[in-house]
Design a protein around this ligand. Structure first.
Ligand code: BES
Ligand code: ZN
Ligand code: ZN
Length: 501
């Protein structure tokens, strides 16, 4: 998909569909000036049509009509944005994403008139609209014979960009394309079945990324090497599978060594979660290819990190294995020893994420991380608490929590802070080991899981993001079709780079 700055007004811009916006107002709808112009040219067939259809300008409401060659675009689509005072950048992006998804596959090009007289600047509108088109048009069509042959939307042409806005607009085009490339990589990795995206496929991906730049290096440890490092927790989970477990450590180094910060980003990387011997019921096993979404976000970020050029070192760390069954699989009552020496009593083999993360976090600490943020599709309880769209944020350090929350605010991805009450730690106690992998009570499962992770970060400032809900859309949602969403990629971009325009 290409983005272009149109040279003409909308009625003279060649495109299959001209997209214009309308707002909801007290009595009915309120058209933007761009629509008025078209309506005049089309002898009121837009307003007549809107009235006939009782169009109200509500969020994502769409009215479309053919122009019968009276003006250059073939079709006009009027899209509602709700109340003008309530318009936010994210709402604009969301509305466009939904519109993009609804477009007929025959549509090759769309022109769009930017809004005047709203609080969002033209370049920011361009960014939101462009992101909306890309994220909304994503399809995972690898296995669909039909879709593969269908065309994608080729061009989006923006009209109303002033000469002095041109440079910034073009920068935004490039930024949006770059971030979307990373999101798409994450989505594709998640959407591929676990039997295809094996631990070795994930480590190969990391190796390929490292090959692309001298600023990125990667170390990959196999079963024997993990054993040497004392990763008994990760290897416990990996025992049931014949696939070679892969512990991946990506490093991005800045050009200057002045900044001593060393940020570790840790991801859960279970390529498929059957639950292990504590087997998941069939209904709950479906979609468990999503369980490597944390690692997918890391790979997405690293695929563009040299374009971002953060000023400090960034480590991407994940322990990849499926959680499956064989005669060799780890069992309830097992006691595993993590890399930091702590022992873990296994109560439930389906609480495997925290067990693999125990070693990933210990490793990050040992590598001298100055801060650790982890992304993990960790608990169903998180989805119970916040629903499908929100990530739960936990942490042991106020300043670092605020930094991550600020990055979330910039990306527009949804997050909600959760408590980390030390008095709940007692629920993770084990009689025979330092900690149990399942809480003894049934409440607040996302919190007790987070408290378990805290056992492995020492005093390092740490934030845990339970992305179990937003990592995977069970149905088409605002910004993505059903499947992996790439949640976290955009937030990580803003985290390592702050404001990038
Ligand atoms: N991968 C799951 C968590 C999950 C569930 C992610 C649904 C996305 C959607 C995790 O490994 C798991 O199975 N958690 C169990 C923990 C329980 C055994 C304490 C859960 O949430 O049921
Ligand atoms: Zn599980
Ligand atoms: Zn899992």
């Amino acid at each position: 998909m290409n983005f272009e700055i149109g040279k003409n007004l909308l009625d003279k811009t060649s495109a299959d569909v001209a997209l214009v916006f309308a707002f909801e107002s007290k009595k009915s709808y309120k058209l933007t000036p761009a629509v008025d112009v078209l309506d005049l040219a089309l002898k009121k067939s837009i307003t007549n049509g809107l009235d006939f259809e009782n169009f109200a300008g509500k969020d994502a409401e769409v009215f479309s009509t053919f122009t019968n060659n009276v003006i250059v675009p073939k079709k006009i689509a009027v899209v509602g944005l709700g109340k003008k005072e309530e318009l936010t950048p994210h709402k604009l992006r969301q509305t466009v994403a939904k519109f993009a998804r609804s477009l007929n596959k025959k549509v090759n090009s769309v022109s769009v008139a930017l809004l005047d007289d709203v609080k969002i600047s033209h370049p920011e509108q361009v960014q939101m609209i462009a992101e909306g088109f890309l994220t909304g048009s994503y399809r995972f069509s690898e296995y669909l014979k039909k879709e593969k042959t269908e065309r994608e939307l080729e061009a989006v042409i923006f009209t109303g960009v002033a000469a002095k806005e041109k440079k910034e607009t073009e920068e935004r085009f490039a930024f949006v394309q770059m971030v979307y490339g990373a999101v798409k990589l994450a989505r594709d990795l998640i959407n591929e079945p676990g039997m295809k995206v094996t631990p070795e496929v994930l480590s190969k991906q990391a190796r390929d990324i490292a090959k692309s730049s001298p600023q990125i290096s990667v170390q990959v440890y196999n079963r024997a090497q993990c054993e040497k490092m004392g990763m008994g927790a990760f290897l416990g989970v990996a025992r049931g599978s014949e696939q070679e477990p892969q512990f991946v450590h990506l490093t991005y180094k800045p050009k200057s060594t002045r900044n001593k910060r060393k940020l570790a980003i840790v991801g859960k990387a279970i390529t498929f979660d059957t639950g292990g011997l504590s087997l998941k019921p069939s209904k709950y096993m479906v979609n468990m290819k999503l369980d490597m979404s944390g690692a997918a976000a890391i790979l997405g970020l690293f695929s563009i990190i040299t374009k971002l050029q953060p000023e400090f070192e960034v480590m991407g760390i994940f322990a990849a294995t499926p959680n499956v069954i064989s005669a060799n699989a780890y069992t309830p009552d097992d006691v595993l020893r993590a890399m930091n020496g702590k022992t873990i009593e296994i109560i439930n083999t389906d609480a495997e994420g925290r067990v693999t993360l125990a070693d990933s976090l210990s490793y990050a600490v040992k590598q001298g991380a100055t801060e650790i943020v982890d992304l993990a599709t960790l608990t169903g309880a998180m989805i119970m608490a916040l629903g499908e769209d929100y990530t739960g944020l936990f942490g042991n350090n106020e300043k670092f929590k605020q930094e991550i929350l600020a990055a979330y605010k910039k990306s527009g991805e949804k997050v909600w802070e959760m408590p980390l009450p030390q008095e709940y730690k007692q629920h993770n106690k084990s009689e025979i080991a330092d900690v149990a992998n399942l809480a003894s009570n049934m409440w607040g499962g996302a919190i007790t899981a987070a408290l378990f992770l805290e056992e492995f970060v020492d005093e390092t400032p740490w934030v845990h993001l339970d992305i179990a809900g937003p990592a995977f859309a069970e149905h088409n949602n605002e910004l993505s079709p059903k499947g992996g969403t790439g949640h976290g990629v955009s937030t990580l971009v803003y985290l390592v780079k702050g404001d990038l325009k």
